[in-house]
Design a protein around this ligand. Structure first.
Ligand code: GLU
Length: 304
């Protein structure tokens, strides 16, 4: 298969979608990103990497970080995590408070903010600066030493985290947060502000396509059952309120972020990451989703 040719075709096809929709509005630095960027990377388990467009430009990974914090928490506490977080799509906005109140402080899944805050809390109990563990894992998996946190972005995000603070206080009130609200929000904002490129993210996620084993050096990150489950959660809950539509159009486990990245796992084969900063109504990258839809249409690489 000529994957380079396929990526080139995909990039040509998605031109009309680039710049469509809106930049994430609530974190000031994210509103200053050039909206007319697009990149895509495909990483295969044999180590080959194909790229097109701005695939090596770093962007804010935001909620895509939740995949890696979940992997770390699963590896650490295993099934215990599920006594504190559910595994169902929420059908509500990712930062909603209503469901959390109704369901007595047990978040629907680890990818909505409430669930991600509990995951950060689990990691923070083992390491007070939990985002550093996430960065270290990403550096190791992508084999890149200079993956960093954009501290200015993290501080700006913390400043406008009123809703996340509200969620964290509610979690605390229900007894589902062990660390202080301030510490968990801080670590969460720092973790979301890691910057990486499509190429780096695709390489970092390859263990999820390989039964939990990192492709470089063979480090076991998760057992194969846990890896399968992270993929299942991504498929059901990884693209906000658009998860059903994403399954319909693309049909791969995915996680998106408000920075415009969309990461997908192709079990047994590899990973792909598409990025373009402007978002559709569900908060998923317009051109990113269009690119993955086109890619799957050409290759037939869907899990369904
Ligand atoms: N920092 C963001 C928030 O929690 C993450 C949003 C996202 O990418 O979904 O508000």
């Amino acid at each position: 298969v000529n994957y380079q040719r396929i990526l080139d075709d995909v990039a040509a096809d998605v031109v009309p979608f680039i710049g469509k929709g809106n930049l994430a509005r609530y974190i000031p630095p994210l509103t200053k990103v050039d909206p007319n960027q697009f990149g895509m990377a495909l990483f295969l388990l044999d180590g080959r990497l194909f790229t097109v467009g701005d695939a090596n430009v770093r962007f804010s990974i935001q909620s895509i970080s939740k995949v890696f914090s979940l992997a770390l928490a699963s590896a650490r506490v295993g099934d215990e995590l599920w006594s504190r977080v559910g595994r169902e799509p929420s059908g509500a906005p990712y930062n909603s408070l209503i469901q959390l109140e109704e369901e007595r402080g047990k978040p629907r899944n680890p990818f909505i903010n409430a669930g991600a805050l509990v995951v950060v809390d689990v990691l923070s109990s083992h390491c007070p600066r939990s985002e550093e563990v996430v960065v270290e894992l990403l550096r190791r998996l992508a084999q890149v030493d200079d993956i960093e946190i954009d501290v200015a972005l993290a501080e700006a995000a913390r400043e406008v985290s009123h809703r996340n603070f509200a969620i964290a206080h509610l979690l605390k009130d229900f007894g589902n947060l062990r660390n202080s609200v301030d510490n968990v929000i801080r670590n969460y904002c720092y973790q979301c502000s890691i910057t990486m490129s499509c190429s780096e993210l695709a390489a970092a996620a390859a263990f999820l396509a390989a039964g939990g084993i990192a492709t470089n050096g063979g480090e076991r990150i998760l057992d194969s059952g846990q890896a399968k489950r992270v993929n299942a959660l991504m498929a059901g809950c990884g693209t906000y309120d658009g998860a059903g539509d994403f399954a319909y159009r693309v049909g791969l486990p995915a996680k998106s972020g408000v920075g415009g990245g969309v990461l997908v796992v192709i079990p047994g084969l590899g990973t792909a990451c598409a990025w373009s900063p402007t978002l559709d109504a569900s908060g998923n990258s317009s051109a990113g989703v269009a690119a993955l839809e086109r890619f799957v249409k050409i290759t037939g690489l869907s899990i369904y």
